[in-house]
Design a protein around this ligand. Structure first.
Ligand SMILES: Nc1nc2c(c(=O)[nH]1)N[C@H]1C(S)=C(S)[C@@H](COP(=O)(O)OP(=O)(O)OC[C@H]3O[C@@H](n4cnc5c(=O)[nH]c(N)nc54)[C@H](O)[C@@H]3O)O[C@H]1N2
Ligand SMILES: Nc1nc2c(c(=O)[nH]1)N[C@H]1C(S)=C(S)[C@@H](COP(=O)(O)OP(=O)(O)OC[C@H]3O[C@@H](n4cnc5c(=O)[nH]c(N)nc54)[C@H](O)[C@@H]3O)O[C@H]1N2
Ligand SMILES: [Mo]
Length: 808
């Protein structure tokens, strides 16, 4: 059997027909640690939840734009491509004519799939820019808070993140790693665009072999692989800032801080010092103060500070810490702590952000920019910070602060989404449903019947990477992979590019959009331009056969299936140049130094982000805490990528009682008479979900863990929604990190748990498509024919009908 090369956000692999039927998936031979997510690919590809034909919500088809109350509740009618494209083009033209292009929201946040050409957001943004513009979105759910904070504290955020110290340098030089949020092994298999060699698991093993001491600061023990020299500080969630301030306080109180470093390389230390020692507000931020907040013994905090000062120490913070209320503070406080230690810019010392958050952080793959689809400028300058989507739809015209400016939400009439799943990624999904009911028309391109597709008016079926040709690679990848087409499109699915090209044709800008190239010609063109530049620059990589030199011709590259990219020098230390000469290499901050106090932020006078790192208590008020005494951690799932591959084998195998597994401590379970494997209801004032209990003593008592990504499955007529499947965003609050950055805060939510005693629980219905009706006879091209390739349903139900109790 022949398999063909491809890549994905979870790594490069080969795919082809399996001798026993279905899809065969083989990891890339150069990958030392292939992702467990690969197991999810075969079952997802032709799963019955694939969208097979264009479909229009019944109420919209009948009543037209402005019938949004039926979204997520009504059945869909399958129509022909011609009909669907006419409807979409007509709506885009109407909304632009009546309200202007800014009335189209095309931010379309989401990961979509790997592949540089067919990247859904890039295709949609290019299309909408040429259409006349659109309201965009900015930053990410991943790093929305840091992307606003870091430029003010350390200078250019992207540059800082790119230049982060490499794993080989850490393995060689770091003696003590203090990892806030740990280095979760589950996350490092994922990198945007792909990574061919997953190196972090190997580096973690080397770190353990080198005897490097690691202090894991996290409510979850599994945030670091077991190792001989690991000390676990099970900090209470959301309290890291207090711990960091107390560590810094101890350094100062015991005269262990590096005054010379603070004077030469930072600005604003005296202001922070007054806050630390209590001169500013009467409260010294000492270990005794922090201990009850963090749930750790004061002596342990002091001992850790002394140890950190005595050896080469790296302070790392996962991105999760800033995905919370006041998320600026732990990042800023960690930078202050590392500054007080005075080791920034020394090999193996200092600060790092995102080790274990993404597979490529600290990696030594290429520094080259890979080929990409050119983006014309958006003629509309409206944008939102991406996590403000519900506010945008609910509050047109309202003002809000962002990064020191005041902005106003535009009035959105049409939402066009390709490559993301807001009914996975956004917080407070009950509120998002109300928000999504407002626009006149919602258009979604999707391979699967996700909750977002179910909340749309017009759903266009899209191919996945295995069904099209592309090339791909990640930011620090070692290979550029030729992604061959390994399977036929499912049903009538088309590529995003083909859909948008057909829309551009109807709207009169096909030639601008396609530049008269076929997708294959685009690949040749983008690769060709890129390769030519590299050859001119003298870059040297290698073919799959080991032939060294510049990048080969496109045909050679395509036939080889990959080109090995030139890698970076393995040793890299963040801020080495700045340390060597801060006058010649100042940071891109107002002072040119690390800003431990930012006059610019202070001048904004924001109650939720003062001018220096500070303890702002994000924990629920006492009344809420009494009713919802457990703290939910909604972190990244180990068994899928967000909501992707949730119908794949790895994710399904991990479910408990057919729902997402919620981990809780045996003591918390006993208090509630919950046994391992029981069905439980998790609830708070915003919503509720069902989940399967998994008992574990590897988390802090009082903390429960329900990862993101179980497909949202709201039980009909429940308000606030009860999700039958276990999506934590039924429970999280739609609040910004702060008025400075407006970042996502999905990581934490106060909840209560109880054993399900309500009789027959509502079934999980979201692994079946919604009700799909045949087109009215006036649409002769649209007789729905069952797709012969569709898998038989594992339960005896008609292919396109969910169980009767779940019709919505
Ligand atoms: N509570 C809580 N919520 C969170 C987080 C958290 O920590 N806690 N984390 C947040 C983070 S960091 C992120 S990045 C977001 C992730 O949120 P998303 O990026 O929205 O999540 P995905 O499930 O990856 O959604 C991608 C969608 O694109 C579809 N897709 C794949 N390929 C293609 C394609 O080629 N074309 C089209 N049109 N569609 C395609 C997939 O089927 C899928 O539905 O979630 C955020 N949400
Ligand atoms: N398998 C897999 N890997 C992924 C993803 C995926 O969906 N699946 N998503 C990718 C994406 S888009 C992103 S942005 C990154 C996200 O990377 P992160 O945001 O770093 O990942 P999380 O798993 O959300 O959180 C990391 C750990 O932080 C810990 N934590 C939570 N709250 C606190 C706290 O208050 N204090 C401390 N000290 N620790 C806390 C949690 O125990 C958690 O396991 O992951 C990427 N990797
Ligand atoms: Mo993310």
């Amino acid at each position: 059997m022949t398999t063909l090369p491809t890549t994905s956000h979870w790594g490069a692999f080969r795919a082809g027909p399996h001798p026993a039927g279905g899809v065969l998936v083989e990891p890339h031979p150069d990958d030392p640690a292939p992702s467990p997510l690969l197991a999810g690919v075969p079952g997802s590809l032709r799963h019955r939840t694939r969208v097979r034909r264009p479909a229009v919500r019944e109420g919209w088809l009948r009543g037209g734009p402005g019938t949004g109350a039926g979204r997520g509740r009504e059945p869909f009618v399958e129509v022909s491509w011609e009909r669907a494209l006419d409807l979409v083009a007509g709506e885009l033209a109407r909304v632009k004519r009546e309200f202007g292009p800014q009335a189209v929201f095309g931010g379309s946040y989401g990961w979509a799939s790997a592949g540089r050409f067919h990247h859904a957001q890039s295709q949609l943004h290019r299309f909408l820019a040429l259409f006349g513009g659109y309201t965009a979105s900015r930053n990410s759910y991943s790093l929305g808070t840091s992307l606003v904070l870091l430029p003010r504290v350390l200078g250019d955020a992207e540059a800082v993140l790119r230049a982060t110290s490499s794993w080989p340098t850490i393995v060689r030089h770091t003696r003590l790693l203090v990892a806030f949020g740990g280095v979760p092994a589950k996350n490092v298999y994922v990198t945007p665009g792909g990574v061919t060699r997953h190196t972090t698991p190997g580096f973690l093993a080397e770190l353990a072999a080198a005897g490097t001491e690691v202090t894991l600061v996290s409510p979850l023990r599994d945030d670091l692989p077991d190792g001989p020299a690991t000390d676990w500080l099970p900090v209470a969630p959301g309290t890291d800032t207090a711990l960091m301030l107390a560590l810094t306080h101890t350094l100062v109180a015991e005269n262990l801080h590096d005054r010379a470093f603070l004077a030469r390389y930072t600005s604003g230390w005296p202001v922070l010092e007054r806050y630390l020692d209590g001169r500013a507000d009467g409260t010294p931020k000492d270990a005794d103060w922090a201990a009850p907040i963090c749930g750790l013994a004061a002596e342990r905090i002091r001992a850790l500070a002394r140890k950190m000062a005595g050896t080469r120490t790296l302070v790392t913070v996962t991105w999760s810490l800033q995905r919370a209320r006041y998320g600026e503070q732990p990042v800023w406080a960690a930078i202050a702590l590392a500054s007080a230690l005075g080791q920034l810019g020394l090999p193996g010392g200092g600060f790092g952000h995102g080790y274990g958050s993404m597979g490529d952080v600290g990696d030594t793959g290429t520094a080259l920019r890979l080929p990409f689809l050119p983006q014309p400028a958006n003629p509309v300058d409206e944008f939102i910070p991406c996590a403000r989507i519900a506010d945008l739809l609910l509050h047109p015209g309202e003002e809000y602060p962002y990064d020191g400016t005041t902005r106003r939400y535009p009035d959105i009439r049409l939402v066009h989404w390709a490559g993301g799943n807001p009914f996975h990624h956004h917080q407070d999904l009950g509120r998002l449903r109300r928000a999504f009911a407002r626009p006149e028309t919602v258009i979604v391109h999707e391979p699967h019947w996700t909750a977002t597709a179910r909340h749309a008016d017009i759903v266009l079926p899209v191919t996945t990477t295995l069904e099209r040709e592309d090339f791909g690679g990640g930011r620090r990848d070692t290979h550029l992979i030729a992604m061959h087409r390994a399977a036929d499109p499912v049903g009538e699915a088309r590529d995003d590019h083909a859909i948008l090209a057909a829309l551009a044709e109807r709207l009169g800008f096909a030639a601008e959009f396609t530049e008269n190239r076929t997708p294959r010609q685009w690949l040749e063109h983008l690769y060709g331009q890129w390769a030519e530049q590299l050859r001119a620059d003298g870059a040297e990589g290698a073919g799959s056969t080991g032939s060294a030199g510049g990048p080969p011709s496109f045909d050679r590259f395509w036939a080889d299936g990959e080109w090995r990219l030139p890698e970076q020098h393995p040793e890299r230390t963040l801020f080495a140049e700045f340390r060597a000469d801060p006058d010649r290499h100042p940071l891109a901050t107002p002072s040119g130094r690390i800003e431990l106090h930012s006059p610019a932020i202070a001048a904004l006078d924001l109650p939720d982000c003062p001018g220096h790192p500070a303890w702002l208590d994000p924990r629920p008020d006492p009344a809420t805490a009494r009713r919802h005494p457990l703290l939910l951690i909604a972190n990244q799932p180990a068994t899928r990528l967000h909501s992707q591959l949730d119908v794949g084998a790895a994710s399904l195998a991990d479910k408990v009682a057919d729902r997402e597994a919620v981990e809780l401590h045996p003591a918390d379970a006993a208090e509630r008479a919950i046994g391992d494997g029981d069905l439980v209801r998790i609830f708070n004032d915003r919503g509720a979900c069902l989940a399967g209990a998994r008992l574990s003593d590897r988390l802090r008592p009082g903390v429960v863990r329900l990862p993101t990504g179980a497909w949202f499955d709201p039980v009909p007529d429940t308000e606030p929604p009860l999700c039958a499947h276990g999506n934590p965003n039924a429970l999280t609050a739609d609040l910004p990190s702060s008025r400075l950055s407006q970042g996502c805060t999905g990581q934490h939510a106060p909840v209560q748990l109880e054993r399900w005693t309500g009789g027959d629980p509502p079934p999980v219905t979201v692994r079946h498509p919604p009700v799909l009706l045949p087109a009215p006879t006036s649409d002769p091209t649209s007789e729905a024919t069952p797709d012969p390739a569709s898998e038989p349903a594992p339960v005896p139900r008609p292919e396109h009908a969910p169980p009767p109790e779940a019709v919505r």
